[in-house]
Design a protein around this ligand. Structure first.
Ligand code: ADE
Ligand code: ZN
Length: 333
């Protein structure tokens, strides 16, 4: 029996802090003299039962206290890239949450230099091209996002785009209009989480007020036929995260996920892992889970993989995009 080869894919919705595995968290805690509230890695993993987005975010931010030095951020990114390569990821656009670190006294430079150390050798070591997307925490003041954009200025060479994440409901995209206008003026690409827990109006706001080029999640956009028609017409990519949706209870079970209907409606869907350490699977685990639960065909999986490269921010290297698309076309399931 030939061994299973995952389809080549781009991962476009991945929070690097959400790749922190319990074992690494405890190793870093010991190295940095940080005390975690959970006794050990097993107890911690058992705590990964979430009610909703907020209950996840509380643990997600708490565990970040173990990330202190450049070495820690480099180790985190290196561990992700190794796992991602095993899952067929050939290109990764990686979110990071600078405010979650600067707010506890870790400098922007420490975070980005550490991440860049792993990313800079990723093509050579793991065969994965990478981009970094700096995400603003929407449940913190807009002034904090503006400060973060200013702190990023010396590192713009390393940053491809900006995103918007954290607690969605009550923090509409329109709040960040000025932040996104400034980011666009700096030549940064724009994405935002929208329609994860928030309704279709959050997706409309991200498109109209923020000028985003992709929607992260976008699950609830499908509740609005006019919005769906707009997203289809404009071929706006959605970075869906099926296992995340189940764990955060935005869908009841994977079998009820609207992905097949969304694809059939003509939406440009991609499948991603979001916070794989917390949600039970990396990129290809999401692909195989939707295949098994929703009966997606090999050609459906090929479409998802093709969409991921077409939606990637690879305009500066169209040759690389073409090479990846050829790999997808040639893949034997
Ligand atoms: N930060 C990390 N994961 C997130 C998610 N799924 N939604 C919003 N913010 C996040
Ligand atoms: Zn996310």
């Amino acid at each position: 029996m030939p061994s299973y080869v995952p389809v080549p894919k781009a991962e476009l919705h991945l929070h690097i802090e959400g790749t922190l595995e319990p074992d690494l968290a405890f190793a870093l805690a010991e190295r940095n003299g940080v005390t975690l509230t959970h006794a050990d890695a097993l107890t911690l993993r058992n705590a990964y039962a979430f009610e909703d987005l907020q209950s996840f975010l509380t643990l997600y931010y708490e565990l970040m206290s173990v990330l202190v030095t450049e070495d820690d951020f480099a180790a985190l990114a290196e561990a992700y890239l190794k796992r991602a390569a095993e899952q067929g990821v050939r290109h990764a656009e990686i979110f990071f949450d600078p405010q979650a670190h600067t707010a506890r006294g870790v400098s922007f430079g420490t975070v980005i230099r550490g991440l860049d150390r792993a990313l800079a050798r990723s093509e050579e070591r793991h065969g994965i091209s990478t981009r970094l997307i700096m995400s603003f925490l929407r449940d913190r003041p807009v002034s904090s996002a503006l400060d973060t954009l200013a702190e990023a200025q010396p590192y713009l060479e390393l940053i491809t785009g900006v995103g918007l994440d954290s607690a969605e409901v009550g923090f509409p995209p329109e709040l960040f209009t000025e932040v996104y206008a400034r980011a666009a003026a700096l030549g940064l690409r724009r994405v935002a989480h929208a329609g994860e827990e928030g309704g279709p109006e959050y997706v409309i706001g991200a498109l109209d007020a923020l000028g985003v080029e992709r929607i992260d999640h976008g699950l609830r956009a499908f509740e609005d036929p006019a919005l769906t028609a707009r997203l289809v017409r404009d071929a706006v990519p959605l970075t869906l995260c099926p296992l995340s949706n189940v764990r955060l209870r935005t869908v009841g079970t994977l079998e009820e996920h609207p992905l097949p209907a969304m694809m059939a409606a003509g939406l440009k869907c991609t499948v991603n892992s979001d916070d794989p350490s917390y949600f039970g699977g990396y990129a290809d685990d999401n692909y195989t889970a939707v295949r098994d639960a929703l009966g997606l065909s090999s050609e459906d999986l090929r479409t998802l993989a093709r969409n991921s490269f077409e939606a990637a921010f690879l305009e500066d290297d169209e040759q690389l995009r073409s090479r990846y698309l050829a790999e997808v076309a040639a893949h034997r399931f």
